[in-house]
Design a protein around this ligand. Sequence first.
Ligand code: DAH
Length: 373
Amino acid sequence: MFFFFSEKSYLCTNFQPQRAAIQPIETTMLIDKIDALLKEVSELQASNAAEIEQLRLKYLSKKGEINALMAEFRNVAADEKKTLGVKINELKQMAFAKINELKEQAETQETGSDDIDLTRTAYPYMLGTRHPLSIVKNEIIDIFHRMGFSLAEGPEIDDDLHIFTKLNFAADHPARDMQDTFFVRQSDDDVTKNVLLRSHTSNDQTQYMESHQPPIRVICPGRVYRNEAISARAHCFFHQVEGLYVDKNVSFTDLKQVLLTFAREFFGPDTKIRLRPSYFPFTEPSAEMDISCHICGGTGCGFCKHTGWVEILGCGMVDPNVLDACGIDSKVYSGYAFGMGVERITNLKYRVADLRMFSENDVRFLKEFEAAY
Ligand code: DAH
């Protein structure tokens, strides 16, 4: 027997619908309606926001098609509700997705349209600046580079052997004290195996000399660490630039001339230098170098504590013990070394009142140096 599942056949008196096998007509019609709407929604088109709003009202508003379906859904037999519910949900989600898609399309079309004003001034970009310590460090490197020094960098975490022992530090030197230095690892039986945050860049000398034979002419910038209470004038880390020159017949005169050239290049051609005798375990003789105070021109001011001179570095002739400890024959070669604090030199140039400002990352401070390089 053939019958069409139509309203008419359903109404035939001799036709007894069997609920389990055949759906009632309301359900079937509802399914057809949902299918038709699914097709319709999947093909929706709109060219502007107003049209999209119309579509939203048509399908998704309170009085829209999908809500109307919900009203019909309430009359569906309980055992059909599940399948139909899933279908209506699918339709609803598709309508949402489609309308959102149309909105996005319209927005990108709008921004891509010809109402862009190409003559308008661009939004200002925040320009980054170089850190004042980097500016000064680069300037120092540059000056020594012109005098034939090349760049060599060593480790910030190193062993006692390279930071102290090979640099001729006595076993009981205070720099080895817990109070002064940050130790990373301490060896029970052999002090030279202690590992620490270097307290000066002079370990770059031992590291470099171990793997290079003269002529050596290097400049080594880097960060160093000391166990200091942090204040406006001291910090637990700061920066140094180390210099090392080793060759045959190197004399103190060479050292003095190189340092004078540096001081004049960096602080100006009228700068004077003076060398005061001092002591470092790794140089003999040793000296500290002052420059004439370029703030008062040497007449005396608060900055130079009314002496007319400001100390900027330590230096000296490399101690023969250091050369020998690093595998360089001290009977054939001699050399000089120096080390300067980058913060100190930056302060002389830019007069930063508080050392902590260098590591606070306050952009207002950094912006002061926008024009400095
Ligand atoms: N290492 C010294 C310090 O941290 C600075 C120094 C002095 C380095 C004399 C040198 C030098 O190379 O010859 O105070």
